[in-house]
Design a binder for this molecule. Structure first.
Ligand code: PHE
Length: 412
């Protein structure tokens, strides 16, 4: 119902705009044929403000850096790329209208975003029904790209991320009893929680208790008290950074000493700022590690720090950068900017050397064989614990002897 309503809104908006001259000589989505001169206009929607503001901000920086590089070396098809950015305030309800506006008013040729899976899922049908390709840099819920053949992603999916952590807990840390705490307002959190617990149980582990919260809650004490009674060795919380810091602090206040573990949603420069000492010994799975010695990562980190006031790029920045570069490369290969041609070119992306690894898209529009890292919080900073590369290894192995599982807060 909601989707049909949205496409109708787009159609009406497009109709009402049909008589107006386009502001920029580009486009080709809902409003007409793709232009062949002037700037190529690309849309970006993201959480620049609100609960997950660092997700949108980091992604935006990554996209900005990538497009400045593309434009600095002559652009694509002899034209410059212009990015128009819409802030959805970290609300999935706003994501769909942000994308509707980008398509109907700005005539973007493609859309980059979102980070949060719920927001990507809300906006994807708008892109699909208007035949405008969308690339989410970082949404990991498998349903996102199932919204249609115009929807792509640059990252691994949760049915891979969850089991990797389950295997790490069982095989490397010898953990048998885990408590699960999920955010019931997030498709990402629910999906990752299920993917994790399915594999964990398969490996002989027990989920001793399952509790939930709602994104933006500030009091987690009743769930944590119940979890404390169930006495797990590890508390798995597939949530977003702003909640994680508070959950960890409240758990420590209640005298709980077990490590918390989580997924990519923990990734933020604000994570440790919010959680502080409560997060020592905790760990999460992620797309990239900023201190990775590979030339691709070193080069990216150096350029990013120079461009953005010495800030360290997080995984969102790296994935935003990769998404923008893949899009520019696809426009070049397509030789034009109309939706279906661009869709085909993005789908044919093969071995594109990104910061987060080589990107090859499969028939389901998800990348094949992306690696995953497990990072831990040690002495107030991130340390690499393990790298899992599906191209070269079957099971998780410890990558750094110096960052072996910390026992400072662990009970195992
Ligand atoms: N994977 C998360 C989601 O789908 C978003 C995310 C990606 C958050 C990477 C942080 C880092 O909702």
């Amino acid at each position: 119902m909601k989707n049909r309503y949205l496409s109708l809104t787009v159609a009406l908006l497009a109709l009402s705009l049909a008589g107006c001259p386009p502001k920029t000589e580009t486009g080709g989505g809902a409003t007409g044929k793709a232009a062949t001169t002037g700037d190529i206009v690309v849309g970006e929607y993201g959480s620049l403000t609100g609960n997950q503001a660092t997700f949108g901000t980091s992604t935006h920086n990554g996209i900005t850096l990538a497009m400045e590089e593309v434009n600095g070396s002559g652009g694509v098809l002899g034209r410059q790329i212009k990015v128009i950015t819409e802030d959805d305030q970290s609300k999935s309800e706003e994501a769909a209208s942000a994308v509707t506006k980008l398509i109907a008013q700005n005539s973007v040729v493609a859309v980059l975003g979102e980070v949060a899976s719920s927001s990507s899922m809300a906006a994807a049908p708008v892109c699909q029904s208007n035949k405008i390709p969308m690339i989410t840099p970082s949404s990991t819920n498998p349903d996102v790209t199932k919204k249609g053949d115009f929807i792509f992603r640059m990252c691994f999916i949760d049915p891979y991320q969850g089991p990797v952590m389950a295997e790490y807990l069982v095989n490397t840390l010898k953990v048998k009893r885990v408590a699960l705490l999920t955010d019931n307002r997030s498709d990402y959190s629910r999906g990752l929680g299920e993917a994790f617990s399915g594999r964990f149980k398969q490996l002989g582990g027990a989920i001793v208790i399952t509790q939930s919260y709602s994104q933006g809650d500030s009091d987690f004490r009743s769930q944590l008290t119940a979890i404390k009674t169930a006495n797990p060795e590890v508390l798995y919380v597939p949530g977003y950074y702003n909640d994680i810091g508070q959950i960890a602090s409240q758990a420590r206040d209640l005298g709980m000493t077990m490590p918390l573990a989580g997924g990519d949603g923990w990734e933020s420069p604000k994570l440790i700022e919010i959680g502080g000492k409560a997060l020592e010994g905790c760990f999460y799975s992620n797309h990239y590690y900023a201190e990775d010695p590979t030339p691709e990562v070193r080069n990216f980190v150096e350029k990013y720090k120079k461009r953005f006031d010495n800030q360290m790029p997080d995984a969102l920045a790296a994935l935003g950068y990769d998404a923008a570069k893949v899009l520019a490369d696809s426009i070049k290969r397509a030789g034009k900017t109309d939706g279906p041609a661009l869709r085909d070119a993005i789908g044919q992306t093969k071995g594109f050397q990104g910061v987060t690894g080589a990107i090859t898209l499969g028939p389901d529009r998800n990348p094949i064989g992306k690696k995953i890292v497990i990072v831990g919080i040690q002495n107030g900073r991130l340390a690499l614990r393990s790298t899992i590369d599906p191209n070269t290894q079957a099971a998780p192995v410890a990558a750094h002897a110096t960052s072996a599982p910390s026992d400072t807060t662990g009970t195992h």
